[in-house]
Design a protein around this ligand. Structure first.
Ligand SMILES: [Zn+2]
Length: 86
């Protein structure tokens, strides 16, 4: 399940974000960067390819074992200082 699709203000940032969440509670933020010289229209045209790329990243995430997800959560906890614990 992919949630939280969001296109940032293209004049500031050309990054597309997806958050993927596993049933074990691990969430991954997936992103693809869009080249700076693309207009919003061009970005929209490129969306299907970008979304395919994101889906690829998401399927890598979903194909990982929940044990691997748990280590990701530990790593995220260390790097972000999040209070969420595995
Ligand atoms: Zn999991």
């Amino acid at each position: 399940m992919l949630t939280g699709f969001k296109l940032d203000n293209p004049s500031i940032s050309k990054k597309l974000f997806f958050s993927a969440t596993c049933k074990c509670g691990t969430a991954a933020l997936l992103s693809v960067e869009v080249s700076e010289n693309k207009t919003l229209e061009q970005v929209k045209e490129a969306l299907p390819a970008l979304l395919a790329k994101l889906r690829g990243q998401a399927s890598v995430f979903y194909n990982m074992s929940c044990e691997a997800h748990a280590s990701m959560r530990r790593a995220q906890f260390l790097s972000t200082g999040s209070s969420e614990r595995a």
